[in-house]
Design a protein around this ligand. Structure first.
Ligand SMILES: Nc1ncnc2c1ncn2[C@@H]1O[C@H](COP(=O)(O)OP(=O)(O)OP(=O)(O)O)[C@@H](O)[C@H]1O
Length: 309
């Protein structure tokens, strides 16, 4: 296991309103991994990122970035972090180049035109470097946010909902960029609502609900649960109980015996559906409709949160 670049221990946040936004959060982010933080609205994702970035102060607990405490050693820890917020907070009248050059300077880094050029080229912004930000499309503005966050060569990059509301092409571009960053040694933490994004990108996934980290797990393991699917067979004649012959399948009777619900692992090569339908025909159980659905992220959250005592 590679070394942790970010250590969060016993982190608590109570806002002045009394709201307990983070509860005893313990988390280590490994150097060079892509970590996806998932959670429903209001779970505490932005609060957590904001504390790490020194924007919000913790009520208790400690956070260190490469050994630097985010409160006591703020400048050192912050200079190791790049933050891509959800919204653009930048001078719309400035050019792309001036904006990212200024951003680098804020962290006390010496000017480095070659690095900035590389960042801009990597984000397909090089041709736009002399354009004012207000003249750029929404997608280009998002790229500028990333360029700003990378200008001072951070070791860990936080992306808060990087692809919310962007088109498919930009989303793919962002994923490719995140991979290139990881390959160059940058650790990436992203928050997202999209299962697909977590599945594509993350090495590990953390789920936060009601301010508490409900689970932190290798993606492959969690995705086995995310990949669960359900087939609902609407029977023509309701069943009182499940026939013995159907025991090999994970079945449940729903809707007063009118629906037969089969839950299976969507990632397995064989779903078991053809065999099930054949068996239903053999048993003379007729149906008038079939539906499949994939468990949603919401289902997974509920499942995970319920599992915890
Ligand atoms: N400055 C604040 N004062 C009081 N409460 C706050 C403040 N900022 C956030 N909260 C509350 O803290 C909780 C966690 O909010 P946070 O923004 O961290 O959630 P989130 O997981 O990022 O949600 P989203 O996905 O909607 O961005 C919410 O109930 C929110 O209303």
């Amino acid at each position: 296991m590679s070394e942790a670049i970010l250590r969060i221990s016993g982190l608590e946040k109570r806002y002045a309103s009394g709201l307990h936004a983070l509860k005893e959060v313990n988390l280590e982010i490994r150097q060079g991994e892509i970590f996806a933080l998932l959670g429903p609205n209001g779970a505490g994702k932005t609060t957590l990122i904001s504390i790490v970035c020194g924007i919000v102060s913790p009520s208790a607990g400690t956070v260190t970035v490469d050994g630097h405490d985010v409160v006591r050693d703020y400048r050192a820890s912050r200079s190791l972090i790049g933050l891509v917020p959800q919204e653009l907070h930048t001078d719309m009248f400035e050019t792309v180049w001036a904006t990212i050059n200024f951003s680098r300077g804020l962290f006390g880094k010496a000017p480095d035109a070659a690095h900035l050029e590389k960042v801009l080229r990597d984000l397909s912004l090089w041709e736009k470097r002399n354009d004012k930000i207000m003249t750029l499309s929404g997608g280009m503005k998002r790229r500028v946010l990333i360029a700003k966050a990378l200008a001072h060569e951070p070791r860990i990059l936080f992306l808060d909902e990087p692809t919310a509301g962007v088109d498919v092409e930009l989303r793919r571009d962002m994923w490719a960029l995140v991979r290139r960053l990881r390959d160059s040694g940058v650790t990436v933490v992203l928050t997202t609502h999209y299962i697909e994004e977590a599945e594509e990108m993350a090495d590990r996934i953390g789920v936060i609900a009601n301010g508490a980290l409900a689970i932190v797990e290798e993606k492959a393991k969690l995705m086995r649960e995310l990949g669960r699917k359900q087939l609902t067979v609407h029977l023509q004649t309701p069943l009182q109980s499940l026939p013995e012959a159907l025991a090999p399948w994970t079945l449940a009777l729903k809707a007063d015996g009118r629906d037969l619900e089969y839950t299976f692992d969507g990632h397995q090569e064989k779903s078991g559906i053809p065999e099930l339908l054949k068996k239903l025909a053999e048993l003379g159980l007729e149906y008038n409709d079939l539906q499949t659905r994939q468990s949603t992220l919401e289902d997974i959250f509920v499942g995970i949160v319920h599992r915890k005592p």
